[in-house]
Design a protein around this ligand. Structure first.
Ligand code: OOG
Ligand code: MG
Length: 262
């Protein structure tokens, strides 16, 4: 760690204020070029602590930058991990208020719900599938707090990996009943197909993103608890949305899920 606790708290407050007030900021690595990975996750942890202290519940976890499409779009080469707070959840078919956001984009994802805890090191796809209760379609709304959605990996980790809203739904399916690599997805915006892909776009198999998260947490002495909702990462590049748009994600064999932006 290269940052002291006071700086970590100050940066967490700066980023969380941007989220809550829908304003953007410059990259924190511009001001603290020497910050390291532990500093970045410590800032994210401080944001999480502040939300819990204010009465929010953490309802899930997320992996991000797990597909080449996303890595290429954002110019980074390593996945990152974040958390989902209760108020991020939008009901299926529900509304998302654009006035509360800065420059939202949507991502088509496969969501996992665990029935057993997952603990690394050495967590692998087999362990993830055995511990998964069901998978279902999920749309993540991301909203980087950084100006023009431009960041480096440390800045985006500190910013809770741009997390802001999500919707899950459709038809939950047991993961052993399908090959998650060949599952096809279509993301529609205002009825037009705008992005297509297959599960294998995420690290070869979406369960690999969950295994990577378990191994990441193990290095910090943590695990993925039973009953967790986890977003495995955007299969395609993210699509910008504005007020008036509606989006729908169709996943082969898992129905569809959607939301509207007002
Ligand atoms: C970082 C978050 C990426 C995903 O699914 O790849 C992410 C970003 O692109 O702003 O959630
Ligand atoms: Mg995502």
């Amino acid at each position: 760690m290269n940052l002291d606790q006071a700086t970590i708290v100050k940066l967490a407050q700066r980023l969380e204020a941007c989220e809550l007030e829908a304003t953007d900021t410059t990259k924190i690595t511009d001001d603290y070029p020497d910050m390291d990975w532990d500093d970045a996750y410590a800032i994210q942890d401080e944001i999480r602590r502040m939300k819990i202290a204010r009465g929010s519940r953490i309802v899930g976890l997320k992996a991000g930058l797990t597909s080449h499409a996303k890595m290429k779009q954002m110019g980074v080469e390593t996945p990152c991990f974040g958390f989902l707070a209760d108020y991020f959840a939008v009901p299926e078919g529900g509304e998302c208020k654009v006035s509360q956001l800065i420059h939202p984009k949507v991502e088509p994802e496969i969501a996992f719900v665990t029935k057993h805890a997952l603990r690394g090191p050495g967590c692998h796809i087999g362990a993830v599938l055995a511990a998964t209760d069901f998978v279902m379609p999920g749309i993540e709304v991301i909203d980087s707090r950084y100006r023009d959605f431009k960041f480096d990996l440390k800045s985006v980790i500190a910013d809770n990996t741009s997390a802001v809203r999500f919707v899950v739904g459709g038809m939950p399916v047991a993961p052993l009943q399908m090959d998650l690599r060949t599952v096809g997805i279509v993301l529609e915006k205002n009825g037009e197909p705008v992005a297509f892909g297959a599960g294998a776009a995420v690290l070869g198999h979406p369960a690999a993103a969950i295994a990577m998260l378990a191994n990441h947490l193990a290095a910090r002495g943590e695990e993925i608890p039973a009953g967790s909702l986890i977003l495995s990462g955007g299969i395609t590049e993210a699509i910008a949305v504005q007020a008036g748009d509606s989006v729908c994600l169709r996943v082969q064999g898992m129905g569809s899920v959607g939301m509207r932006f007002i």
